[in-house]
Design a protein around this ligand. Structure first.
Ligand SMILES: [Zn+2]
Length: 439
């Protein structure tokens, strides 16, 4: 109920939070926002020339949906404040198109709202005098790592800034020297680090982990729990929505949405029609409180569903399931057959000594080539009966347990190439987001 109490305070509800008072607040905030953007943004003024306000949240469909193309083309026209009020601009690389960026603008106030939410989310994991390692970029002021640091300092938790993982040895030294007992970072890096700690039998005891900044699936969560033997929390966020979006409570049955700042819908990815609660579709988000660059009904390209069941924590906040895949992360391996990195992560990270891997699909005239590069700890060579051929066969069997890969392979249109790398240092095989590279 921590988040509910916080939201009550934020939105000025004196009784307990319930769906009625929360949705009434959201509707008012949305109508105020429509007025605000029409006054301050030429993009929205044009887009909403026939729209004044909506009478209920059931009428959301009357508001046009926007997407990343709109941000690329017209992002600067979405900005509602003077240049002098902008405290941070984030340029996000857009997949595939060289030189095209999504630029996202924030005021100081916008970022304070994120820190407020981070404090609430982090409170599930750490308390005063704990030591949390931040394995996310922190160098720039108000970057994600920096905002987490600011939040931890307010909570009187000691932040240890390690940034993205580059060296196991340096990172574990940092952990031991600072008595780190909690971590926030990307699932793939946290798992690799944990496997290293376990392999080296190091005196490190972690009590809680927050997974962020990339897709998470059950394999990651189970494997991370196994190596660290601690509680693992999941978080959903993206720069466009102000980084923080939804977070696990102590029951880990879906991520509670930051509903005071964000209105989330799940829509059919093709028709953009609203889906029934519990069905899987694309997340569409409205930022209710952002000043610099409000996004209204922004189609995120992320596919998941709401968790329908009420939470044991009694929160009334809606819950988001883990992201199933991103629309722009689908590689075709046959007619109507596609795979995404989440589906291969799910299989391959069950391999004990795997550090990281890279996957791509090339298309030639008559077949698809699935190309994988996998980095293992040197130790894999000492595993009984393990040799390159045996390990490759095992990897191939795992891949073929995916029905789509199996189908394409059995149709004779898929070739699988596997390259093995052995190392005792971390290898980052991706520039930017992990995804399947396809031609
Ligand atoms: Zn809950």
């Amino acid at each position: 109920m921590r988040l509910d109490n916080w939201i009550c305070e934020k939105i000025g509800v004196n009784d307990e939070l319930n769906r009625d008072n929360l949705e009434k607040y959201q509707l008012n905030a949305l109508n105020d926002l429509i007025k605000y953007v029409k006054e301050n943004s030429s993009f929205y003024r044009e887009l909403y020339k026939n729209l004044d306000e909506i009478n209920s949240l059931e009428e959301l469909y009357k508001i046009p949906i926007i997407n990343k193309e709109d941000i690329i083309q017209n992002g600067n026209k979405m900005v509602c404040v003077n240049q002098s009020e902008i405290s941070r601009i984030v340029s996000l690389d857009t997949s595939g198109t060289m030189g095209k960026y999504k630029r996202i603008y924030f005021t100081e106030e916008d970022q304070k709202l994120t820190v407020d939410f981070f404090i609430q989310g982090l409170s599930f994991l750490v308390k005063k005098d704990d030591v949390m390692m931040v394995m996310l970029p922190f160098e720039r002021e108000n970057s994600v790592g920096d905002l987490i640091k600011q939040s931890l300092e307010i909570m009187q938790v000691n932040p240890v800034l390690s940034g993205s993982l580059s060296s196991f040895k340096k990172t574990v030294d940092l952990m031991i020297n600072n008595n780190v007992n909690s971590i926030v970072g990307m699932p793939v890096e946290i798992l690799a680090l944990g496997r290293y700690i376990q392999k080296e039998n190091l005196p490190i005891k972690i009590k809680s982990i927050l997974l962020s900044a990339d897709m998470v699936n059950d394999t990651f969560i189970e494997e991370i729990k196994k190596v660290y033997n601690c509680e693992v929390f999941n978080h959903f966020g993206m720069t466009e929505i102000g980084l923080g979006g939804a977070v696990d409570c102590e029951y880990h049955d879906g991520m509670h949405i930051r509903e005071n700042d964000l209105l989330m819908e799940i829509v059919n990815p093709v028709t953009k029609e609203n889906m029934n609660e519990g069905k899987s579709g694309e997340i569409v988000i409205t930022t209710l409180t952002r000043k610099a660059m409000p996004l209204i009904r922004y189609a995120t390209g992320d596919i998941t569903s709401f968790v329908k069941e009420e939470c044991s924590c009694n929160s009334v906040l809606k819950k988001l399931d883990k992201i199933k895949y991103r629309i722009d992360d689908r590689a075709h391996i046959g007619k109507n057959l596609y795979i995404n990195i989440n589906s291969t992560d799910d299989l391959l990270f069950t391999l004990d000594n795997l550090i990281n891997y890279k996957i791509g699909v090339d298309k030639s005239d008559s077949y698809y080539e699935l190309k994988l590069q996998l980095a293992f700890f040197e130790e894999e060579k000492n595993v009984l009966y393990s040799n390159d051929e045996g390990l490759k066969r095992k990897i191939k069997d795992l891949l073929l347990s995916n029905p789509r890969i199996k189908k394409s392979y059995e149709m004779g249109i898929l070739k699988i190439y596997i390259k093995l790398i052995y190392t005792d240092e971390y290898l980052n095989l991706y520039k930017g987001k992990r995804k399947i590279n396809s031609v």
